[in-house]
Design a binder for this molecule. Sequence first.
Ligand code: AMP
Length: 614
Amino acid sequence: MNPFINLGIRHDIVNAISELGFENPTPIQEQSIPVLLTGSNDFVGLAQTGTGKTAAFGLPLLELLDFEENHPQALVLCPTRELCLQITNDIKNYAKKMNNVNVVAVYGGASIQDQLRQIKRGVQIVVATPGRMLDIINRKAIDFSQVKFVVLDEADEMLNMGFQEDIDSILSTTPDEKKTWLFSATMPSEVRRIAKKYMTDPFELTMGEKNTGNVNIDHEYYVVRARDKYAAFKRIVDNNPEIFGIVFCRTKIETQEIAEALIKDGYNADSLHGDLSQQQRDKVMKRYRERSLQLLIATDVAARGIDVNDVTHVINYSLPDEIENYTHRSGRTARAGKTGVSIAIINSKELGKIRQIERTIGKKFVKGEIPTGFDVCEKQLFALVHKVHNVTVNEAQIEQYIPRIMDEFKDLDKEEVIKRFASLEFNRFLDYYKNAPDLNAPADDFRREGERGERGTRDAGGKSEYTRLFINLGSVDEFNRGDLLGYICNNSKISGRTVGKIDVKGVYSFFEVNNGDVDQVMNNFKGVEFKGREVRIEISGEGTSTSRSGGGDRREGGYQRREGGGGYNRDRNNGGEKREGGFNRDRNKSAGGGGFRDFSGKPREDRPERRRRF
Ligand code: AMP
């Protein structure tokens, strides 16, 4: 017998989910469905995304509601529009063979009139994001007085996004006797609190250990210098020819810049962040879902609720500020029982954060080595060979050319043809990657970075000997602390030993100099330009006990925005080291197979060169 029937699900639903490919219940479905089907418990399910949560609550809802009645009986609240649409769609699919089931998606960023019309027509299951739901409630356009079940999906995300008050208001319009089912990937104290507030004696189910990430995810980290981060990231991507990944950045700007740099370097990538219109975001997501995009570069907020199966890699280009977000990020891979890899590219200062994440997810990271250029060549070559072996031949179309092709090759035996064909690409990879530098951060970096972090001493009276200065250069200009120290000392003619703490941010940095050196630094930097841009040094008020007039942390709008170029792909005209480009991997454009050529079939000639500043 079908195992879902054993769990108590009726035939027409089982038939519909069989068509979706659900043969066996996932562990969370197996354990929660029998409990939820009783309809008499509040429920807390601690489970990662991708574990089959939607069916775990969706199937019991379809069993428990009375579809002869056409008024709201169940409300599902979730954090994002994407998830809202996903859940609605899933429930509709489960109910495909049932009659009179009306599910409405209520979410922001789309016409409220349409949603109001759908509600008016009659609905039993409302799936909603909190903001729009409250709007509709305030318009008195919905009646929740007969709601029997409320589902809070991804409760931790909803709280992260500041929906607590909205949820309170929405739930206050539902009857006290309703049952509440809460699902969350993590159980921070805020979620615990709302569980306590809205539920009586809930049945608790923990899939895996508390806060534990999905066991099917391997976690890896790579330590690189800040200036090598982008090149290292591309090497990791190149070393995984079949990658279908989500790359997380910390800010919208970083997301945009990385995506632009990747596109310019010939990768099949695009960005997803909050500055895009809903329409643009939908378009990007559609391309990603359809796999015409290989790399999705996203911010945490934009990526919430993304439900795409078969994501092979999650790459943390920047680690999240909140550790909880790491769980959410990595949960985008290894969905529905598959395996996946979550990669963090870090600098030596961030090792502590990795250890913290390990403690939270209860799983160890493996330290990876950025592959050598030769490793990448080998990987790419065999991926190509494999692709050629498995390509579907269009017999009808190719047939007419076969005699001419055979004629061309008549003086070569099979082995020779294969060798030449492989060399065609391999020579190019080798050429491209020859002299590729080792991008792993040398071990002594750890010590050096650590030492500098300790600098910035105070005299016996507790007064700082240092003044903190702002400079409008940062990591987007490919400065790390060592680089910036050199740059400051060269230009201001002060000794490196007199420079204190250096704090490199994105488009600006702070550094400390001896109080006695401040004037020299400010004077010597007058008129200095970096790539045609005036370098500005200002005294920062933050963190100095000897602050001088005109201070103040310049973070708010004090620094210039970059004009033309972005942070990652700029040609530097004055230096030696080669920049690694990438292969053209736009599948749509590739001329069959390798993904290393553009549409013309010619090798790309515009591999950017990596150059150093000094
Ligand atoms: P969810 O956690 O609900 O977002 O589900 C993650 C993915 O697993 C979705 O694509 C579901 O369609 C799929 N899925 C859920 N339950 C099953 C099942 N029992 N068998 C196969 N796939 C499933």
